[in-house]
Write a protein that binds this ligand. Sequence first.
Ligand SMILES: NC(=O)c1ccc[n+]([C@@H]2O[C@H](COP(=O)([O-])OP(=O)(O)OC[C@H]3O[C@@H](n4cnc5c(N)ncnc54)[C@H](OP(=O)(O)O)[C@@H]3O)[C@@H](O)[C@H]2O)c1
Length: 332
Amino acid sequence: MHAIAIAGYGGPDRLQLTQRPRPSPGPGEVLIAVHAAGVNRPDILQRQGQYPPPPGASDIPGLEVAGVVAATGPGVPWPVPGDRVAALVTGGGYATHCIAEAALCLPMPASMDMTRAAAIPENWFTVWAHLVLFAGLRAGESVLIHGGSSGIGLAAIQLAQARGARIFTTAGTSDKVARLNRMPSVTAIPYREQDFVEVVQDATGGRGVDVILDMVGGRYLARNIAAAAPDCRIALIAAIDGLVADGIRIDRIMTHRITISGNTLRDKPIAYKGAIAAALREMAWPLFEQGAAGPIIDRTYPLAQAAEAHKRMETSAHFGKLVLTIDNPVDD
Ligand SMILES: NC(=O)c1ccc[n+]([C@@H]2O[C@H](COP(=O)([O-])OP(=O)(O)OC[C@H]3O[C@@H](n4cnc5c(N)ncnc54)[C@H](OP(=O)(O)O)[C@@H]3O)[C@@H](O)[C@H]2O)c1
């Protein structure tokens, strides 16, 4: 099969089209002929040597795919060969064939093509873990979602809309702010021009927000705490601005009963991710089927041009998802 390998850590040019033996599914696994693979920021971190695959995972990048099941291993009641699925994988997505856990496969929403279906798993599993399982976001609550134009940010916005929350989000350009402001229940804050703490505090009458989803870390943690309402839950998913946070007001964490949590999805047990898959199938899939939610695609690239997709993501010019496409994986 064809795959994109990381030929040494470094820039996008380290991504190289190569040939690998087609893998066979083991117990509980399926082999997917990949028609589309989502690109995620963690793929870039992996290419740079900052996010190694967990033990047992493929060294080929790619955390989500959509395609047709080509074969199944022992003990797989569903899916069966020929089924069209979207799947969360621990690696190996940038390839014409990919192994997935059957428990982490979801049926392709009828309303979607392969490109859009491939753009769901990594973002929706992640935001479900943080906004639902950790934060328990409820109707009528307010949420601050940093990086609203990212794949993660847009999935979080759609999930928060479905839950009936009031949404604040940050973005770096006026174009992104304008697009986000056109979405229902969303107030977008241009973080380079305005202080998100001031905007949130003004808009909530000095109360702050109930939930914060943060991928920035570093200098944002102290500011998130300043923007927090009583009983706020702050979910940390990345640290774009740095892994060390100064200036934290411990007194405010205590007086406001603030809870801070972090989580990485990729290395978690199959049972944990399988429970999220089941919840998504029950509660998020109907939204996709009805067209009430679904990924926004920025651009697609043929698999061989994975480096171009990484370059675009690194400029942060994208709004939504970047997806790699494959025309005839079955024949590969
Ligand atoms: N913990 C987990 O399990 C998990 C899983 C998946 C992803 N992640 C993390 O989630 C993040 C988003 O992933 P993605 O694949 O959706 O990547 P992405 O599309 O590249 O998103 C990165 C976002 O960060 C925003 N950003 C950068 N600096 C910012 C700042 N100072 N304030 C506000 N926003 C800022 C950018 O927005 P602008 O362009 O507007 O600046 C951009 O939208 C990544 O950091 C990724 O590593 C974590």
